[in-house]
Structures are given as structure tokens and as C-alpha cells.
Write a protein that binds this ligand. Structure first.
Ligand code: PRX
Length: 642
């Protein structure tokens, strides 16, 4: 099949960090042949160290250590070291609130805010190794809190503001956090998200939490519990601005981010200090081709890994100006994103296929009403991007001038692993293209044997990389079982993929019981266990069906306990129930009541059949393609048996 291939123009290439395929190949080869020298040189050149490491790498499968015995600090690398350079007064965070308020925070000012808040945390007795839950809206104090924790070695876990009190509670409990950092609320589509209220509800069963620090964002009165709840602005009155970054071991956990796995219990992905920092920083250059003068915007929420790596840590380590926007893309009108691009002259724009498909649906008049000529590079992440959406993005947003980097990675991988380097690797719409230096992926069958070009199989990574997860919080056994055991000795990503004759990777979707709705990971089991906790439900089976905008949508098949039920109102109740148990973003699109569920002899629900039922309905528009979904269904069955 002939494919369209797109290349950056000569002007783009001439200024790119990596220029042309030969340059990419040379870099890739060097990393493959001499990984320790390759990463060691970069770590030395690109990062600040209190103490240099003794050796680059230690691999005790499946546990890796990078830059062993080195001492560094992520907050220092993101802030302090820029202060002796012309970046001192450069805008670090360019923030816009949903109501239109705006803040521009320089590196020097961000450093000051972070030191003040770190001194507050220190005063509260918190120290390296303690855990903080951060449950905040998209305001600058969110990265301030993250960087303040990182400064002291307090392990943070950001919980997306869309998660319910119930979901927040399980994360606080699993992490045994000592402190929760939150706000009264945040703005979304003109409505307030009452964060503090959810914290109060969650904390009824979280005995480890001693302090709750509350930032005032919306000004709505909230209840403050005596002896537990403290206002950020009151604590700030006694803060000091001298709060040195603590030298931390390279392997000190920087953060834990919970993500959905194949059981009802979310997995706490543990990321390290030095390896994570180095790879997020390098991908800012390799993939986003960052220049000093760029205004860079990743539209993700910091509650997900994309926001951690590509709004906060990667961009700040690279000394970039990173935009942060608080609210919804279509508020007050569908051109909010394009207004921001025009207003701040954004050069690099990174978003999700779901967002792109919803822009397509809203109509070209919205982007066409704005001057988007500042854009130089576009990015996509989180789900497979269908070629039609890719072409639209290229033409209507990029005006056929901007390369598109389709970046494949996961919460677990910490940084982008497969993506075009835009000045080097030609792009094919729908393909994440080629692996970055140091990454050795392959497509294999369940026995670990590489499949032929063009055939579908399981995506694996053969070698450890610096920003890979180190373990699952409190559960090293599950870490080993999930990622390293099914196909021994290699990292199993959980995605189906194929590789074409040119070695390009085409990611097809998840093969495990994880769904991808609007680029958000949802677990089948988590949804099913939420549903069966409802008093009316006997059994539930959840599957994904293709969706024109969100890529996939959740369909729940439910059998009821005996009784008389009004199906219409019960379906509403159950959707609400899921919002209460997990969060509004997880609500099933459809609830189908049924007398029974298809099962194997041993009583296992045959989700594969249900998936086929929901996918064979007609699909409108050019979705990821039905064909891909049947491939995934077939591979998922092998994966289950494997
Ligand atoms: O299925 C892949 C899909 O998103 C999954 C990872 O989800 P999460 O950990 O939430 O991280 C999302 C942001 C990095 C992957 O297993 N995915 C991510 N990027 C792509 C993708 N699928 C296809 N193409 C991509 N570029």
C-alpha cells in the first residue's frame, strides 16, 4: 500500500537538533552499540550533579539503576541552575486561568515560590522519603508544589482533579501519605470543581494524613478542620526564601503516579530522579526540537503523565517557556485553544487525537478565525491518531508547514520512546515512526519471536532505558509479573503493533483489559468492580467500542439482582455511581441490561464476544478503523491465554 510520507522543509531541517536521516541513524547506532557511553556523556553534559555517579547502569532484571551512586536534585536542575544564565528572567510558566486571568512567572520567580513552599513543607516536619498527595487544579501552585517536594525528596503523587473522593482515598491509603496539598476548587467550563470537599470526604478513612494545605483559588468558602487544615497563604507568611535543594540519590523516587492496570486496583508507577530527568529533557530536544526562544504548549492535564513529563519536568529542565491552561478547550467557545496560540504566539503545540477529532467536529471556522502562523511543530499523544485526523491537523492547524510528531509512550515509560525526530525522520500519518536513541522495541508473538514486517503482534522493549518505571509502589512482584514475565526478559507494553517494511511502528491499541477513552486509561476490572458495588447489580462486564471522537467509549453489560427496576433511571444512576466511585470521565457511554453474560465453562466472562458485539455495529467517520479493533480483540484473546 502506497502511503503518504511527509518531510520537514529545508528551513526546519537546517535549524533542527537532529538533521536528516543519516544523523538520526548515527545517533541511534551509537546508543545501540555503546549505551553506557551514550547515556553517560549525556548525563554529564546535560544535568547538574552534586556528586557524579560511579557507573552508568546496573541491571538486575527486572530492576534497573541508572547513574549509580550519583547525587542530584530535579528541582535544582529545573530551577537553580538556570539562574546563573540569561534564563534567569525568562518566563518559565505562562499561565492562563479559565476565566481569563493570566500569570507570567520567570525562572527566578518560580525558584522563589518553590523555595518558599519547600520551606513550609520542611517546617511541617516533612523530609526526604515522606509522601505528599497533590490534588489541585491546573494553576501554577501545582508545579510549585511538585518542585517543592522534589527539592526535599518528598515523593509526590499528583491525583487528577477529575478523580472522585473515592479514587483519591484509595491513592492516599496506598501511598500512606502524610500530607495532602489541595485548593478550594478550580474552574472547568465555567463551573467550580470542589476539590477541598472531595478531600474532606476522602480523609474520613486516611489516618496517615496529618496536614492538609489548601491554596485559595476560587474563593468559595470551604470548611477548615481545626488541627488538620492549613491555608497556603497563611503558612507562606512564615516561609523563607532560602531553602537549598537536597542532594538526592539518582534512584531516589521522584514521584508515584497511579494508573489503571488489569485488576481493580490502580498501579502506583514509581519514577526515579536522574534517569527520568535526563530522558524527559533529551526528548524535549530530540522530539520537540526546542529552541531557546520557543513558546511551548502541551495541553494535557498535569494529573496525567503527559503533564508531568511535558508541562513540568521536561520543559523546565530544558529552560523552556511552558504554557499552562486551567480549563476546558471549548470554553467559553470552541476557539479557546486557538485564541491562546494566537495570543502567546505558540511555536510548539502538543495535544491528543481526541482533542483533534473534537476540533474537526466543531468546524474549521474556529481555527481559521485565528492567526496560527507562529506554529512550527505539532505533536500528538495518548492514542493512535487516525490518518484523517492527522491530515486535518497537518492542513488546518499546521497549514502544511509544520511536521507532526506522533509520540508513543506510557505512564510506565516516563518519556517518549517512539516518535519522529522532526528534522530527521519522515512522517507517515498514523505511524509513531521510529524509536528514539537507546530504545530497542520490537513486535513479537506471545512466545517472544519477532513477527514478519506487516504482521501484528505485541509491542515489547528489549532493553531498559533511563526513564523507565522502577517498580510498582509496594508491589515489586506485580511489577515483575505485569511487565517482564509473560515474555521473559523483555518489557511488555500491553499494546498491539505492527512494523512496516521501513521499520516504522504502527500502534494499534491495548491488548490487555485496559481501555483508552479520550487518551485516558481506564481499567475494565476497575469499572466492573465499581459497578458491582452498586446494590442493584449482580454482574458487570465492561468493554470498549470504537468512538468517532474519543477513540473508544465504555459499554457496560449489566445483569441485575432480582427486583423491579426502571431501566432508564437505573442506567442514569449507574453512570452517576461510576462518577462517584472513579470520576466523571469514566462514566460508561452505554449501559446495556442483559439477562446473562457469556461465560466459559470455568465461569470466566467472555469479553471478547462482547467486544465483537459492540464493534460490529456501523461506525461513522474514519475511526482508528474497525479492522484494527478486531486485530486487537484477537490478540487480546492470545494475551489472555498466553
Ligand atoms: O495504548 C497506548 C496509548 O496510551 C497508552 C498509555 O497510556 P498512559 O499510560 O495513560 O499514557 C498516555 C500518555 C503517554 C499506551 O499503552 N498511546 C500513547 N501514545 C500513543 C498511544 N497509542 C498510539 N499512538 C500513540 N502515539
Amino acid at each position: 500500500m502506497a502511503e503518504d510520507v511527509y518531510k520537514a522543509d529545508a528551513e526546519f531541517v537546517s535549524r533542527a537538533h537532529v538533521q536528516g536521516m543519516d544523523c538520526y541513524r548515527a545517533l541511534y547506532r551509537r546508543a545501540e552499540e555503546h549505551p553506557e557511553e551514550f547515556w553517560g556523556e549525556l548525563a554529564e553534559k546535560e544535568l547538574f550533579w552534586f556528586d557524579k555517579w560511579s557507573h552508568v547502569f546496573e541491571w538486575n532484571p527486572p530492576f534497573a539503576k541508572w547513574f549509580v551512586d550519583g547525587k542530584t536534585n530535579v528541582s535544582y536542575n529545573c530551577l537553580d541552575r538556570h539562574l546563573a544564565t540569561p534564563r534567569k528572567n525568562k518566563v518559565a510558566i505562562l499561565w492562563e486561568g479559565e476565566p481569563g486571568d493570566q500569570r507570567m512567572i520567570s525562572y527566578q520567580e518560580l525558584h522563589r515560590l518553590v523555595c518558599r513552599f519547600a520551606s513550609v513543607l520542611m517546617d511541617r516536619g516533612l523530609k526526604a522519603g515522606d509522601r505528599a498527595i497533590i490534588y489541585m487544579p491546573m494553576i501554577p501552585e501545582l508545579p510549585v508544589a511538585m518542585l517543592a517536594c522534589a527539592r526535599l525528596g518528598i515523593i509526590h503523587s499528583v491525583v487528577f482533579g477529575g478523580f472522585s473522593a473515592e479514587a483519591l482515598k484509595t491513592r492516599i491509603q496506598d501511598l500512606e501519605a502524610q500530607v495532602v496539598i489541595t485548593a478550594d476548587g478550580g474552574w472547568r467550563r465555567g463551573r467550580e470543581i470542589p476539590l477541598k470537599k472531595a478531600v474532606d470526604e476522602a480523609l474520613a478513612e486516611c489516618p496517615t494524613v496529618k496536614d492538609v494545605i489548601v491554596y485559595r483559588r476560587t474563593g468559595t468558602p470551604v470548611e477548615m478542620k481545626e488541627g488538620r487544615d492549613l491555608w497556603w497563604h497563611e503558612l507562606d507568611q512564615n516561609a523563607t526564601e532560602v531553602c537549598p535543594a537536597v542532594p538526592l540519590d539518582s534512584e531516589h523516587p521522584l514521584y508515584v503516579l497511579y494508573t489503571s492496570g488489569t485488576t481493580g486496583k490502580p498501579k502506583g508507577i514509581v519514577h526515579s530522579t536522574a534517569g527520568y530527568l535526563l530522558q524527559t529533557l533529551m526528548t524535549m530536544k530530540w522530539v520537540f526540537d526546542l529552541r531557546e526562544e520557543d513558546t511551548y504548549w502541551c495541553t494535557a492535564d498535569i494529573g496525567w503523565v503527559t503533564g508531568h513529563s511535558y508541562i513540568v519536568y521536561g520543559p523546565l529542565a530544558a529552560g523552556a517557556t511552558t504554557i499552562m491552561y486551567e480549563g476546558a478547550p471549548d470554553y467559553p467557545a470552541p476557539d479557546r485553544f486557538w485564541r491562546i496560540v494566537e495570543k502567546y504566539r505558540v511555536n510548539i503545540f502538543y495535544t491528543s487525537p481526541t482533542a483533534i477529532r473534537s476540533f474537526i467536529r466543531q468546524g474549521d471556522q474556529w481555527p481559521n478565525g485565528h492567526d496560527l502562523s507562529s506554529l512550527r511543530l505539532l505533536g500528538s499523544v495518548g492514542e493512535p491518531i487516525n490518518p484523517a485526523a492527522w491530515e486535518w491537523y497537518y492542513k488546518v492547524i499546521g497549514k502544511e508547514r509544520c511536521p507532526i510528531v506522533d509520540t508513543w509512550w506510557q505512564t510506565e515509560t516516563g518519556a517518549i520512546l517512539i516518535s519522529a525526530m522532526p528534522g530527521a525522520v519522515p512522517q507517515k500519518p498514523g505511524s509513531a515512526t521510529l524509536p528514539l536513541p537507546g530504545i530497542v522495541p520490537d513486535v513479537v508473538d506471545m512466545s517472544g519471536k519477532p513477527v514478519k514486517p506487516g504482521q501484528e503482534g505485541f509491542l515489547i522493549i528489549r532493553r531498559p532505558w533511563p526513564s523507565m518505571l522502577r517498580t510498582l509502589w509496594g508491589d515489586p512482584r506485580r511489577y515483575e509479573d505485569q511487565y517482564w514475565r509473560r515474555i521473559p526478559g523483555v518489557y511488555l507494553a500491553g499494546d498491539a503493533a505492527r512494523r512496516d517494511e521501513d521499520g516504522y511502528f504502527w500502534i494499534l491499541g491495548r491488548v490487555d483489559d485496559v481501555m483508552n477513552v479520550s487518551g485516558h486509561r481506564l481499567s475494565t476490572m476497575e469499572l466492573e468492580s465499581a459497578l458491582v458495588r452498586h446494590p442493584s447489580v449482580a454482574e458487570a462486564a465492561v468493554v470498549a467500542k470504537p468512538h468517532e471522537v474519543t477513540g473508544q467509549a465504555v459499554v457496560a453489560f449489566v445483569t441485575l439482582k432480582s427486583g423491579r427496576w426502571d431501566h432508564n433511571s437505573l442506567a442514569q444512576d449507574l453512570r452517576q455511581w461510576v462518577a462517584h466511585e472513579i470520576g466523571g470521565f469514566a462514566k460508561p457511554e452505554q449501559i446495556r441490561f442483559t439477562e446473562s453474560l457469556p461465560k466459559t465453562r470455568s465461569g470466566k466472562i467472555m469479553r471478547r464476544l462482547l467486544r465483537e458485539i459492540v464493534t460490529t455495529q456501523t461506525v461513522t467517520g474514519d475511526v482508528t478503523t474497525l479492522e484494527d479493533l478486531t486485530v486487537v480483540t484477537r490478540l487480546a484473546a492470545q494475551h489472555d491465554e498466553g
